[in-house]
Write a protein that binds this ligand. Sequence first.
Ligand SMILES: *Cc1c(COP(=O)(O)O)cnc(C)c1O
Ligand SMILES: [Zn+2]
Length: 456
Amino acid sequence: MAGNRENHRQQTPYRAWFRCGEGCDVRLDLTEIVYHCPKCGGLLEVEHDIERLKQQSPNYWRRLFDERYMRTNWPYGSGVWGKKEWVCPEVSNENVISMYEGGTNLFWAERFGAEIGVEDLWIKQCGNSHTGSFKDLGMTVLVSMVNEMIAQGIAIDAVACASTGDTSAALAAYCAAAGIPAVVLLPRAKISPAQLIQPIANGALVLSLDTDFDGCMAIVKEITKDKSIYLANSMNSLRIEGQKTVAFEIVQQCDWEVPDWVVIPGGNLGNVSALGSGFWMMKELGVINRLPRIVCAQAARANPLYESFLTGFAEFRPKKAEKTLASAIQIGNPVSIRRAIRTLKRFNGIVEQATEQELSDAVARADRTGLFNCPHTGVALASLIKCLEKGIIRKDEKVVVISTANGLKFPEFKIRYHTDALEGVVGHYVNKPVELPARAEAVLEAIRMHRDRMAS
Ligand SMILES: *Cc1c(COP(=O)(O)O)cnc(C)c1O
Ligand SMILES: [Zn+2]
């Protein structure tokens, strides 16, 4: 077992380890089962041997990553593992659990941009991934690391998470591919049926609890004090390492140029921290020479970060999240609050919020230009519209919106919108199906009426 580790250490000269995100002098191996700094209790971060990475030129890295991008050479064709040296060099290739996640399309939202008044609008379609959300990016790293640890003889019986739906889907799929038991804690009746069936289909132990996400989170923290159950929530910073590749990919897909703004929906606030960490790393390594500004977009019904932003981040108060259509970000006590605030300060960032009405209309409006958005992406799009209206984002700036999940996971939301059945929401872009007898004249008449309506 130890031999395996030694072989691997010879495979790569790059190293990474845990350090304290609050700055204590702490350094722990990535195979340690630990989520908090032993000195101050703050969250850990993965730190890379930047000096060693800097021994290669920015051009070396750009070329290497371009050569690997979306090819078959295991495991480098994965959008995450194609940047292995910058993500998690501590896993040997034979222990990687990957489904070739990442490499998602960057959609030029030309028509939608023109409608809302921004010329250069792009949408990073992170939901076009194995389980339909960006959570795959972090989970491939976490589950691979667990697989590596098990191969080294470390006793782990199962991996567990609390989830608003997408984390559990990703955990269940990657654990199933690895043959490692998965345990998921879900708030009863607060996730979509598609999200519920994903971990069921993948054979996870699915526990539906009579509480909300924050309640599930408290319990999963409790049960993972037992080190044989490994914690897969984003307070485990291995997840952040995989998710930061979204920043790498955006820059790579823009021919290694940096956009002016990145808009990210935020709940537990791991992802906003992850993207910040990715951009920061590229700047440290000289691959980019400036940083984008960041907008974190929250649902108005679950907006503790927005409220903190209004105080200039001087204060932060966790709150009880109210029910929102953007169920994956219905979180009142975000685990990554401190790192998110650090990120926003570093990126001259802002926080905007969207109401149920605003997020629903933004989804429908953008869908009419060829997209198929989830409600969380709707929060980001609605926040972008508000930033444009306020003049915070200018029409000639390049904007990338992070679409976090695939709209196909949320058909009930879309059906209810288009049948005007969403409580408290007036559908301004409703498109109802027309029911007709099976006769050609009736169909022709419907087409004529539709054309007249479009023309008027
Ligand atoms: C997890 C998730 C988010 C929020 O990400 P955080 O890291 O919790 O802020 C947003 N949208 C979707 C679809 C998600 O699954
Ligand atoms: Zn510390």
